[in-house]
Ligand binder design. Sequence first.
Ligand SMILES: [Zn+2]
Length: 441
Amino acid sequence: MKVIKFILLLTFALISRAHAASCAEQPVVKQIRSEINFDVRNEKLCQTLTTLKTVRMKASRFKSKMNRGLLAKGYWPYLRTQGLKAIEISNSPSCKGIYGFVDQARKPWTISLCPLFFDKSVSVPDRMQLILHEARHFSGHPHVECTRGTWKGVKGGCDEAITNEGSYAVSAESMARLGMRARNLSAAARANAKLLALSYAQNRFNQPVFTSGARAVYLASDEQEKGFFFDGKNFYPAPYVEDAYVVSRTSAVDVFPKYRSEPAYVLNLYSSTHAVDEKAPKGTLPAEYNRLSPSERPEVIDIVTTGEFLCFVQPHQLDCSTSGKKKASIWLEKSIERVFTPEDLKVKPARHTLYIVDREGKMILVRLKTNGESSVSEVLNPIGGIKGIAQLKATRFGLRKDGILMMEKSGRWAPVPNAEGARFDSLSRPFIWSPQLISGE
Ligand SMILES: [Zn+2]
């Protein structure tokens, strides 16, 4: 009876959003405190440690380049083996821009957590990962400068390779395991862990973990009433999104409705049921969209970035801003079909330029300046009947106006062979995704 009560309590603590009792009151916390010294009054830290201590994994193994067996014995046994004795909350000047750090001269082994660790934008799986990552530094594994990817040029932002089994190898593996195998975590938390695993694998190693990338696009077919994830090779079933725009950026795929009275939401990339969670997580663009009254809501067709600019594409308007400050607005009489980046078009990437194609196929070059000025000029459209472009596995794919998916082969466009003549109505921009993480649901 006592055991059942204990399990119920734990399950409640793990899945419930509204905690009736504080974390410190859970029986398991006493046990954690006997092993690791930390301030139990810190609710977020207490919950992170409780989850690390109590997470249960399915016995099945999964094969992945992200799984190097560093956490094969479990998350808590790993922390014990690394020698973690204390976690403290730091306000030191070295906290600037980082989540936490380890001082190797200091014993017993202590992780110092910075204010950023507790920021509301950091998810529970990410906090778990951060502690596991820091504990790896007890056995050294200093970082190196990133030579590629999102953090290129950032000193100490990367590890050389996942095979070095440093802290970022722990980050990627811990999240992949959690996403694939955790029994007592919500589906949303597991989906988040999978995205984190891929984003660490993609961006934190100078030798890429996935040589041909772990990216996909979303394709919708109104005729078939089906949605697909396409990774450049195969088509995988995905939720069918109707009367809405699928707007993807590197690691987020948002859905904005065509009718402003409807809510926007975040597309769940890793749900086997493809259930749509209409409650957009706090801090996401859909959540901000939903906070506006229907008359204030913009019609978001797409979101594009160029240099420092983030641009919202609306049917007749392109609104660009740099970190929310300098704004440039371009208005078009003819409605916008698609906005392309220099990379999409394989033209020399001039800074802060975009190419608008209108419904008649006219191409307009937009030059943005960081002082908020902008200029437009009509240019020759080099892609004619292609209405969407995405690069996957080093190949360019294009959606032809008639809905046929094309691929580029030695400079020429040809239909994708295994699309079996299917016609698609929309092609998103690429986002982080891998079929490696869809089994085991
Ligand atoms: Zn580190």
